[in-house]
Design a protein around this ligand. Structure first.
Ligand SMILES: NC(=O)c1ccc[n+]([C@@H]2O[C@H](COP(=O)([O-])OP(=O)(O)OC[C@H]3O[C@@H](n4cnc5c(N)ncnc54)[C@H](O)[C@@H]3O)[C@@H](O)[C@H]2O)c1
Length: 251
């Protein structure tokens, strides 16, 4: 069940955090994992983790999702090497919390460029390959912040809400081609993106108070959901944002 044997899976923002968890989960299911991250960011830990976890192969590649040439190069290289691209996990993201009055155009654009625009054009680049092969899985890392308000994070919340909407549009456009498009919306996980805030005891207590399960989500749990959505068994799930939040958004 949920096997990904020999499936080629590109993961963006895979050097650490949730991207590493997603790459490892694909590796455990036997995928050919293509961990990617910005040029200059080491993928050593991810490559070693995927190798140990049972990846059929690991092919690391640099990929800046705000750079169209970088996207096209990576997609062409992976297609050239394996002939197919079965799974795209659009995970790269960033957050720059600031009160709304202090958000500059530069900050707004930097968050949108990665979280929303970059992930759209990454999906767009993979689509022709998936359409030609008649199957594919495009997945996004969204966030509960796309569903509920978070303080001082207007651009981040908008970008994740945009992803939730984008998966419906993309899913509609390519459902008949055997391609599914879904988002996974986690609550807080302890990663570089959230560490500074979660190390503040008051902030951490506030976050845990919002999560009925009483703990943060683990990258491995997010990865397992990605692996399921990437599998053949999930063929009828498309256009959805699946929440993995210990109950945060149920009340
Ligand atoms: N950590 C959390 O609490 C949490 C909760 C919900 C959703 N998310 C989402 O999970 C995803 C992964 O975040 P994380 O928590 O692992 O953070 P992280 O900062 O540990 O990892 C983000 C990765 O994205 C990469 N990245 C940034 N800009 C990029 C670009 N232009 N091109 C390619 N890669 C780029 C970074 O180099 C980094 O490796 C993000 O989309 C984030 O919004 C995180």
């Amino acid at each position: 069940m949920y096997e990904l044997n020999g499936r080629v899976a590109i993961v963006t923002g895979a050097a650490r955090g949730l991207g590493l968890g997603i790459a490892e989960a694909f590796a455990k299911q036997g995928a050919i994992v293509v961990p990617t991250d910005r040029p200059g960011v080491s993928l050593d830990e991810t490559a070693e983790t995927c190798g140990r976890a049972g990846a059929a192969e690991v092919y690391r590649h640099d990929l800046d999702i705000t750079d169209r040439d970088s996207i096209d190069r990576a997609v062409a290289d992976v297609k050239g090497k394996y002939g197919h691209i079965d799974i795209l996990a659009n995970n790269a993201g960033l957050n720059r919390p600031k009160p709304s009055e202090e958000i500059t155009e530069e900050l707004w654009d930097s968050v949108m460029d990665v979280n929303l625009k970059g992930s759209f054009f990454m999906a767009q680049a993979a689509l022709p390959v998936m359409r030609a092969q008649g199957r594919g899985r495009i997945l996004f890392t969204s966030s509960v912040a796309g569903l509920v308000a978070r303080e001082n994070q207007a651009p981040y919340c908008v970008s994740k809400g945009g992803i939730n909407s984008m998966v419906r549009s993309l899913a509609f456009d390519c459902a008949a081609a055997g391609i599914t498009v879904n988002a996974v919306a986690p609550c807080f996980a302890m990663t570089a993106l959230s560490k500074a805030r979660l190390e503040d005891p008051e902030y951490r207590a506030m976050v845990l108070g919002m999560i009925p399960a009483g703990r943060l989500v683990e990258p491995s749990e997010v990865g397992a959901l990605f692996a399921y959505l990437a599998s053949d068994e999930a063929a009828m799930i498309t256009g959805q944002t699946i929440v993995i939040d210990g109950g945060w958004t149920m009340w």
